[in-house]
Design a protein around this ligand. Sequence first.
Ligand SMILES: C[S@@+](CC[C@H](N)C(=O)[O-])C[C@H]1O[C@@H](n2cnc3c(N)ncnc32)[C@H](O)[C@@H]1O
Length: 242
Amino acid sequence: MAEFIEKIAQTPGLKAVFNYENFRLQPAFDAKAQAAFIRPNEKLDNAFKNSLAKGLPPISVLPMAAQHLSVLTRLVGAKSVLEIGTLGGYSSIVFAQAGAKVTSIEISPKHRDVALENVSGLDVEILLGAALDVLPKLAEEGRKFDLVFIDADFDDQWEHFDWAVKLSRSGGGIFLDDVVPTMIKNGEVGFGGGGEVVEKRSVMERIGEDARVKASFLPVVAHMQPVLPDPMMNGFILAVVE
Ligand SMILES: C[S@@+](CC[C@H](N)C(=O)[O-])C[C@H]1O[C@@H](n2cnc3c(N)ncnc32)[C@H](O)[C@@H]1O
């Protein structure tokens, strides 16, 4: 191992690749990727501006995450998407523009009203209510979805995931967002008093023990400059339903 590290240190340019501080380059990478990959989208731009103007919090998915969801929808060939957590409909627009009929659940009447303005003309239905009240009704109706996107409160992630599995077709996908902040908030992974890493049973073990799905975890470094000065570790779980 020491030999390997020594070799890296002597290879021109390579040492810089293993610099922990590179996480701080994330805004530069993100700006580059946005400039390269993201094409003008009037509907999304208007939704973002209208949501801010109406006083909604700026917590919709970031542009590159939206692009990722769009690519995922196309890869899955999703014709129906269930979304838990609408906010102003930013991600709903992404799924609809990628070719899916979107059913989105939102607990706040104010957010629902702004979302209805933003998604006009697209195949998006917004169901008002707490997800844990609405999801059983969808199951009673026999609804099944190709892709489920979970992006609501941090407290009910496991319960939302459980319903997402019940409401997915075999081979469907489930995207559980914001897993890292949730686990840190709940003390499932974090630092102890001496700086050591401490862990307890988490949503990951629960999903891992669930034979109905095969799951993966993708950590991401996000930034919300200028709102937050430092890059932030986040991550999501992407699962396929057996
Ligand atoms: C992070 S935002 C969703 C962002 C949206 N997916 C986007 O990217 O444009 C979370 C939303 O979930 C809603 N929410 C929170 N808890 C909920 C629950 N239990 N049931 C339904 N919606 C909920 C909040 O009101 C908020 O609008």
